[in-house]
Design a binder for this molecule. Structure first.
Ligand SMILES: Nc1nc2c(ncn2[C@@H]2O[C@H](COP(=O)(O)OP(=O)(O)O)[C@@H](O)[C@H]2O)c(=O)[nH]1
Ligand SMILES: [Mg+2]
Length: 354
């Protein structure tokens, strides 16, 4: 509870339209541009996806400082100059493995780097950093596919994840961002396991002019049904559906969330249009098992990697990309309302390594 309150407090102090720089002062007479477009280099591509603001890049860097210490500093030692030999690769392997990159991603990144060393005739370790960055870029850039919400109205986004992953916080941040783009938002308080969670969302919604559909009955499927029908009637642009946290090992709960998803489709064919899995970066390799389990149960279409601030385990992003290359829609680097942004691979790699 304290957590959502933290977000609530931030609503007052954080500049309202800081989330997507492009929409700092939306003109109601002019339709606001949509969330980042899917294809790079198109006219519709919002500035944020390709031209991250300096301040955000700096904040990302600050947030990833623990990961950078874990990964970047060790690599700086290794890439300090000298002959590239088997020992260097062995040391690189150890650094990647101890930085949560995971066994498979480490193996593939090493192969990729070795190929680059051969193809480009690299002989000094100072040249390895660029090779590693290029290999990481090949792995992560395909996952840079910002969420597009214009194709459906309402566009229904379901959030899933284990307890404490950052679902409700992310919903607050997303509601704020969509509103800043001039979109109407409705929240479905589908975490019916905790009454306090529902009430907190309702209070937050009232203060921020976001309609919150909740039910005291404790039936998440009924909440979704109500929420989607209300969104259709009110011509709402975005529905953000919160769900109760669950462990992938609790099969009955995984079945239940799959049922919640099916009810959405019955209320509105095609819904949910996006199934966002929220992952706490602190969980390291465990995040990989979560992606697999939730994807198998729900068909995850996008990821939110939260809490990158304060964790040394940011390297897990590579392990996730290797295990299930699902688009990383957003990354979260703090509890403030504007601490969630679309994922930009190059920016992320720079923040991890430089
Ligand atoms: N530092 C940090 N904390 C976060 C972030 N996202 C969420 N949190 C915190 O994580 C805790 C759990 O978040 P919550 O949204 O309630 O998780 P839920 O159970 O998945 O709904 C709260 O204390 C949040 O403030 C983030 O990006 N960075
Ligand atoms: Mg929650």
């Amino acid at each position: 509870m304290v957590k959502m309150k933290a977000v609530l407090k931030q609503v007052k102090i954080v500049p309202m339209f800081d989330f997507f720089k492009k929409n700092k002062s939306p003109d109601p007479a002019q339709p606001a541009p949509d969330t980042p477009a899917p294809h790079a280099n198109t006219a519709a591509e919002p500035e944020l996806a390709t031209q991250p603001s300096t301040s955000w890049a700096e904040r990302l860097k600050t947030s990833l400082s623990k990961t950078r210490k874990q990964l970047g500093n060790q690599l700086a030692g290794l890439f300090g100059g000298g002959k590239i030999d088997a020992e260097v690769f062995e040391e690189l392997e150890t650094i990647l493995l101890t930085s949560d990159v995971g066994v498979n991603a480490t193996k593939n990144l090493l192969n990729d780097i070795k190929n680059r060393v051969k193809a480009q005739n690299l002989d000094d370790t100072v040249q390895l950093k660029a090779a590693l960055k290029a290999a990481l870029s090949d792995l992560l850039t395909p996952l840079q596919q910002p969420l597009v919400t214009t194709e459906h109205q309402p566009f229904v986004i379901m959030l899933a994840g284990v307890n404490g992953a950052g679902k409700t916080t992310s919903i607050g941040k997303l509601a704020h961002a969509f509103q800043a783009q001039g979109k109407s938002v409705l929240i479905a308080a589908g975490d019916t396991f905790r009454a306090a969670a529902r009430e907190q969302l309702q209070v937050w919604g009232e203060r921020n002019n976001v309609h919150v559909v909740a039910q005291s009955s404790g039936d998440a499927a009924a909440v979704m049904f109500d929420a989607i029908n209300s969104a259709i009637a009110k011509k709402i642009d975005i529905v953000l559906a919160d769900t109760a946290g669950r462990l992938p090992t609790q099969m009955h709960l995984m079945d239940e969330i799959a049922k919640v998803k099916r009810v959405m489709a019955k209320s509105l064919p095609g819904a949910p249009h996006e199934v966002l899995l929220v992952l706490d970066a602190n969980t390291g390799q465990n995040a990989v098992s979560q992606v697999k389990a939730f994807d198998d149960a729900l068909g995850v279409t996008g990821l939110v990697l939260s809490k990158l601030d304060g964790t040394a385990k940011g390297g897990v992003i590579a392990a996730i990309a290797e295990a299930r290359p699902i688009p990383i829609r957003f990354i979260g680097i703090g509890e403030a309302i504007d601490d969630l942004r679309p994922f930009v691979a190059s920016e992320f790699i720079d923040a991890m390594l430089d």
